[in-house]
Ligand binder design. Structure first.
Ligand SMILES: Cc1cc2nc3c(=O)[nH]c(=O)nc-3n(C[C@H](O)[C@H](O)[C@H](O)COP(=O)(O)OP(=O)(O)OC[C@H]3O[C@@H](n4cnc5c(N)ncnc54)[C@H](O)[C@@H]3O)c2cc1C
Length: 569
């Protein structure tokens, strides 16, 4: 197939906070260098017109961005010191913090807010709006942004150096034939490609496997955050109010917790995080979130309110020990796909922005040196090592792992970390070594009898007022995919679904997917059930790729522009 090639200098894959900050910082470093060289203030050659591109699979910058979010502004202030004055879209400064322990019927307020959850001086933001604004800043600085361009494949030279990225084809029907609007993907050739795909990036997965970037590191562990925006009838939860919860509905063995953040105009955003390293094969994170809302404290808060939007996304919680090698020939990893999130604070925006900036500084040096080898780009790992990112992540390096010993030991460790500086003297090593899909137990091992896969959530009703089924929620994620295209969820062996998986785990994909993508339907002739993939519901959270117990689901990018629309999320 004839493909167009486009030569750029640097291509950033994914328009999240990490890459947009990287692209903006790089454009400014190059411009400043050339100005100083021209003014005789600096020796050396001007770099001239450096082509910087950012590709994004969503329909616009921010379309697929879902976060909490309370933002620690320290990195944004380094990037744009007067971001408030320049009109960054901020919902509100945090005005008060509280921490609640939920039993089934009570909400017990902690007399003190644990230090990692203190947010004084931070901002409640919609990350969707913030990245849209960063995108505009990038364009003003001369960065080319290409929405609806999914990175589908890495491009390598004969030495396995990365030389760019191939974007996805458009206009292929579900049988794999070309439609009238067929357009082949483009080969974007670059001296440096920066992957900022967020958690469980599909290209990051390909690259890491090919170049063994995770060798000697612990497996990444994930959580899933399920979120809704609600409009309340009055000012009962003011903008800037921040609440975190622990306890109900998670049991003490399952990592989980909730949040409620107050936005402007009587809107609240609330959500529930479930660790994707749970043991119970019948657990359903979406149902956990619905139960969270049924708690009397939440039900009262939401009374008379209206659901506005819904979304779900995974969080890479492994931190320091799961960090892959951050560079190879021609390529760097930034943000969540490089494991920079601080799971104890549930914050990754600041580290994503900072990592993008450090990548930009490294690429700038490489452009000056005209050297894009792994040796030159290793300067990025050094910069990260010397930055506040590593200091912060090292101090909480055993946070998530400790919860595999249950909630109370996890909390005890979280407190102790302040004294120990993150050391755990080997106590949690074994826990760290297990990826989430291996932690899930088979139905009988977990103690379930019979094949009723609805037994765990017996009694949970979706009333359409406080609680919603997955399809209603998906409608509120405004998901759209052209249905006449090949499914972007590749299940390598669907026979396993009808046989082993049905017996052993009761097809957990039907539960861990928060968007009702996976459904087991009657297969008349065979007298058993077969997998049906409703791929057009997919919200791109990647949970299936992470949690499938047989690791036979491969999430790849669909046609550009398809997916959720997380406006205001
Ligand atoms: C529910 C939830 C709550 C959170 N709460 C907070 C909080 O309160 N405070 C905080 O600081 N952090 C929070 N975080 C974490 C924070 O959102 C992330 O750390 C941060 O967004 C990471 O930025 P990133 O640029 O690495 O990736 P992302 O923000 O994930 O952006 C990646 C972008 O890349 C695009 N992309 C991916 N693959 C491709 C591809 N192959 N081709 C083209 N485009 C691609 C995606 O569509 C997306 O736009 C939360 C996260 C979640 C999920």
């Amino acid at each position: 197939m004839e493909r167009e090639s486009l030569e750029m200098d640097v291509v950033f894959v994914g328009a999240g906070p990490a890459n947009l900050s990287g692209a903006l910082h790089l454009a400014r470093l190059v411009a400043r260098h050339d100005e100083e060289v021209a003014a005789g203030k600096k020796q050396g050659e001007p770099l001239g017109e450096i082509q910087i591109g950012v590709i994004e699979k969503g329909a616009y910058v921010g379309a697929h961005i879902l976060s909490g979010a309370v933002m620690d502004p320290k990195a944004l202030r380094e990037l744009i010191p007067d971001f408030e004055g320049q009109g960054a879209p901020l919902e509100s400064p945090v005005t008060n913090d509280s921490f609640l322990y939920l039993t089934k019927s009570r909400a017990i307020k902690s007399p003190i807010t644990p230090p990692p959850l203190k947010n004084h001086g931070y901002y409640v933001v919609s990350l969707n709006k913030l990245v849209a604004w960063l995108g505009e800043k990038c364009e003003e600085a001369g960065v080319n942004i290409f929405p609806e361009f999914p990175g589908a494949e890495m491009l390598y030279d004969e030495r396995d150096a990365v030389v760019g990225v191939r974007t996805g084809d458009k206009g292929i029907d579900k049988e794999g034939h070309r439609k009238a609007n067929f357009e082949p993907g483009v080969d974007l050739l670059a001296k440096v490609t920066v992957l900022g795909e967020g958690p469980r990036g599909s290209l990051t997965k390909q690259l890491s496997q090919r170049l063994n970037l995770n060798e000697g590191r612990e497996p990444q562990v994930y959580s899933i955050g399920i979120k809704e925006l609600w409009e309340l009838p009055d000012d009962r939860y003011p903008a800037g109010s921040v609440t975190h919860t622990l306890g109900y509905p998670s049991d003490a063995q399952t990592y989980g917790g909730g949040w409620i953040y107050g936005l402007r105009n009587h809107v609240v955003n609330l959500g529930y995080v479930t660790g994707l390293d749970y043991r119970d094969p019948l657990l359903d994170p979406h149902a956990e979130f619905q139960r969270f809302k049924q708690h009397p404290f939440l039900a009262k808060l939401l009374e008379g309110g209206k659901l506005l939007r819904y979304g779900a996304k995974t969080i890479a919680a492994g931190g320091y020990f799961s960090m892959p090698r951050l560079y190879a020939d021609g390529v760097l990893l930034v943000g969540d796909c490089a494991s920079f999130l601080n799971a104890q604070r549930i914050k990754g925006i600041h580290t994503a922005i900072k990592s993008g900036m450090l990548a930009a500084e490294t690429i700038f040096d490489a452009l000056v040196a005209k050297d894009f080898s792994a040796r030159q780009l290793s300067g990025y790992a050094r910069r990260v090592e010397e930055s506040w990112i590593m200091k912060e992540l090292r101090g909480v390096r055993n946070f998530h792992a400790a919860f595999s010993r249950g909630r109370w030991l996890g909390l005890a460790n979280a407190g102790l970390q302040f004294v120990t500086g993150g050391r755990a003297w080997g106590l949690f090593d074994r826990a760290r070594a297990e990826p989430g899909h291996e932690v899930m137990r088979k139905l009988t091992e977990y103690g379930y009898r019979g094949d009723d896969i609805t037994q765990r959530y017996e009694g949970l009703r979706f009333d359409g007022k406080l609680t919603f089924d997955k399809l209603t929620d998906v409608y509120h994620a405004a998901v759209g995919h052209d249905e006449d295209q090949p499914a972007h969820l590749h299940v390598l062996d669907t026979d396993i679904c009808s046989t082993r998986c049905a017996e052993e785990f009761g097809n957990p994909c039907q539960r861990f997917c928060p968007a009702a993508v996976y459904e087991m339907v009657e297969d008349g002739a065979a007298g058993r059930r077969k997998l049906q993939i409703n791929f057009s519901n997919c919200v791109h959270c990647k949970t299936c790729d992470i949690m499938d117990p047989y690791q036979i689901i491969n999430w790849v990018t669909p046609e550009g522009g398809g997916g959720p629309d997380y406006k205001g999320m």
